[in-house]
Structure formats: structure tokens, C-alpha cells
Design a protein around this ligand. Structure first.
Ligand code: 5GP
Length: 190
């Protein structure tokens, strides 16, 4: 997706050789027009796959996933990273190791928000080691859904997540696949 790649090149910053900062349009300030285009692109790529629900992981996945769900006219379910005291009944959880916080957390889903037989598209902002995506897949499958695809706004293809997901049989669509990061360097796959 050229528009997204241009924004990454003009506004993104490689913090080091494995972390990309795009908080000016995706992770802190959100360019909703760009997210609308992201949603339209995911909808186009998955339009023939009989998707019945979009899922994401809070919080940075919400904007692109909401736009995708809107474009596909589907419900959106947000997998939570913390459990509030009002979220008790019918919850399922799995441990995920956080890439950014470098510690584990309990990814949580209230199973009533996924129907058995749902065909789910899981959208997230970044795909790195695949921890978050595999955690989401575990919860959605435990709730009886089939994960038809994983949509990453940005996938860092030099980290193992994308390869692991594909090796496990999941379709992964990345709108920008970053192949290398370094000081002043952001490169994409062809
Ligand atoms: P994974 O679980 O695939 O290792 O990492 C995915 C999660 O970590 C994403 O939900 C995202 O929030 C965060 N993340 C991974 N890599 C980056 C990065 O380079 N930049 C930012 N801003 N977040 C990242």
C-alpha cells in the first residue's frame, strides 16, 4: 500500500534495528483518513473470504480494525489486555508476551462476543514475533471461531511472526512489510 509506505518513510522513525515508531499517525496520534484507506484495503483483500467478524487487540489495533469492520459492514470485537472487575462472566484468557512492554499479560475475550462458526479477520497495527496474533488466534479458536486471516498494518518481515503464522497455515496480509530497520534506515520488501 503505497500511501502507507510513503507515510512510514516520511514520518516513521527507526528507534533501533527492531522497533519502528509511527506514533504520529498510528500509535498515539491517529490519522483517521489513512486508517479509512487501510480499512478499505483490508476489506478489498478479504472480500471473497466469507468473513463474519473482525477482531483486534487493544489499543493500537482498534483504529485500523474499526475502519475495516465499517468497510466490510461487520461487527468488531476487541481482545482486552487487562481484565476489569466488571468483566467476569464467560471470559477466556491466554498469556501473551508483550513486544513493547517486555512482560507477559493476559489477553482476554468474553466468549459471548464470538459465535461458534464465525469466520474472523484478526487485524493489528504491527506484526513482530507473532505473540499477540497467536494469542488472539488461541482465544478466537477456543471460542469456536475460524481465523481466516491476519491483517497487519505493518509487518516486520525480518522478525519471525509472519513466517510462523504462515507456517502454521494462516493467511497473513501486510499492508507494509518492513524488511530492515536501522539508524536512518527503513526498507520494505519488494
Ligand atoms: P508481536 O506480538 O507480534 O511480537 O508484536 C505485536 C505487538 O507489539 C503489536 O500489537 C504492537 O503493538 C507491538 N509492536 C511490535 N513491534 C512494534 C514496533 O516496531 N513499533 C510499535 N510501535 N509497536 C510494535
Amino acid at each position: 500500500m503505497d500511501l502507507l509506505k510513503q507515510r512510514i518513510l516520511s514520518e516513521g522513525r527507526a528507534l533501533n534495528d527492531h522497533v519502528l515508531l509511527v506514533d504520529c499517525f498510528l500509535n498515539h496520534q491517529v490519522d483517521v483518513k489513512l486508517m479509512k484507506a487501510v480499512g478499505a484495503e483490508f476489506a478489498r483483500r478479504f472480500r471473497d473470504d466469507g468473513i463474519t467478524r473482525v477482531a483486534t487487540i487493544e489499543s493500537s489495533g482498534i483504529a485500523p480494525a474499526a475502519m475495516t469492520a465499517l468497510e466490510m459492514d461487520l461487527p468488531l470485537v476487541i481482545l482486552k489486555k487487562s481484565v476489569s472487575s466488571i468483566l467476569k462472566d464467560g471470559i477466556i484468557q491466554t498469556e501473551v508476551f508483550s513486544f513493547t512492554k517486555n512482560m507477559p499479560y493476559q489477553l482476554t475475550l468474553k466468549s459471548q462476543f464470538v459465535d461458534p462458526g464465525d469466520r474472523v479477520l484478526l487485524v493489528d497495527d504491527f506484526l513482530a514475533n507473532g505473540e499477540a496474533a497467536f494469542g488472539g488466534i488461541r482465544l478466537l479458536e477456543q471460542a469456536g471461531a475460524k481465523v481466516v486471516g491476519v491483517g497487519a498494518v505493518i509487518a516486520k518481515s525480518f522478525q519471525p511472526g509472519m513466517g510462523k503464522l504462515r507456517a502454521a497455515g494462516y493467511r497473513v496480509e501486510a499492508l507494509a512489510a518492513v524488511s530492515r530497520l536501522g539508524e536512518g534506515v527503513i526498507e520494505f520488501e519488494d
